[in-house]
Design a protein. Structure first.
Length: 300
């Protein structure tokens, strides 16, 4: 069952189409990642879904309601974690949870929320005295306090160290297991690859690709061959099509990796050239994203 339905969504600012004909659906209990470069229209799309921004045209439904008209009934069932929050930093963490929780009819107990986000021992500390990563976890706690059926997460792990990021991923996965629907925006492709059931890539206001991370990576098809060369090594005669060179690293795509590796190593042996860190791998979600979002401009 879909809890979010969007059909031909458009948002114009004067002569500029920030969102141009976006259509998507998100199923109950799904983690859906919306990816795109800055200015692509993803934040505008999410703000329309949250009910914080009006649309020019199109149909939008969240939990069966138009977010532009859902009011308190919708707010009770939705949680939002913004990229930056406006929490009064002189409040203690417990006080912040109490204030935000009072807006809901059945809030989660503060101790339960703090345990979920890994701040069980920080409840009496003032927000201003927390580290950046801990403050971000407070943001996440405030988004969970109302027991949301749909949770919007905007760059939820910005400022986290690797261990904290992993713990947050586990939390998000556990919320999905409980049936919470999650809409995620992130610039961390490994995060989207790990968490998302499906992703959509939006570029210049339009969705240019959609599917599971595995489907998008499989659709890229070609194997990526990478290696490193010593400074000053000439690529003359190298048997690669359109190699990309970034510093000492060379990469190229091929649809026949066995033959390409055979030809490449033969070329290197004939010239007494060492191919450092030689590897062949399928494109990652980051590779696919960069190709879609920047049309191959990165590294070219």
């Amino acid at each position: 069952m879909s809890v979010i339905e969007v059909r031909d969504l458009r948002k114009r600012y004067g002569d500029i189409d920030a969102v141009h004909g976006v259509s998507l659906s998100v199923a109950q209990g799904e983690v859906f990642a919306l990816l795109g470069p800055n200015g692509a229209g993803k934040s505008t799309t999410v703000e329309i879904l949250e009910g914080h921004r009006g649309r020019t045209s199109g149909e939008v439904s969240v939990l069966g309601m138009d977010p532009a008209e859902g009011g308190r009934e919708l707010r009770e069932r939705v949680g939002i974690v913004l990229q930056s929050s406006g929490i009064e930093d002189e409040l203690t963490v417990n006080e912040a949870l109490s204030v935000y929780g009072s807006a809901y009819t059945d809030p989660r107990p503060g101790a339960e929320v703090l345990e979920l986000v890994g701040l069980a021992d920080q409840g009496d500390r003032r927000v201003m005295h927390l580290s950046g990563g801990q403050q971000r976890r407070v943001d996440l706690a405030l988004g969970l306090v109302g027991r949301p059926e749909v949770l919007f997460l905007d760059e939820p792990t910005t400022g986290f160290d690797p261990a904290a990021r992993r713990k947050s991923w586990e939390l998000i996965a556990s919320l999905r297991a409980l049936g919470t629907t999650i809409v995620l925006t992130t610039h961390y492709m490994d995060e989207a690859e790990f968490l998302a059931d499906r992703v959509a890539v939006i570029v210049k206001g339009e969705i240019v690709a959609e599917g599971s991370p595995g489907e998008l990576m499989a659709a890229a098809g070609d194997t990526i061959i990478t290696f490193r060369l010593k400074d000053g090594t000439s690529l003359e005669g190298i048997p690669l099509a359109d190699p990309s060179v970034v510093g000492p690293e060379v990469s190229a795509r091929t649809d026949s990796p066995t033959q390409t590796l055979h030809d490449l190593t033969g070329w290197a042996l004939a010239r007494d050239i060492e191919l450092g860190d030689l590897s062949a791998s399928q494109p990652s979600l980051e590779d696919v994203y960069l190709e879609l979002a920047y049309d191959g401009e990165i590294g070219s």
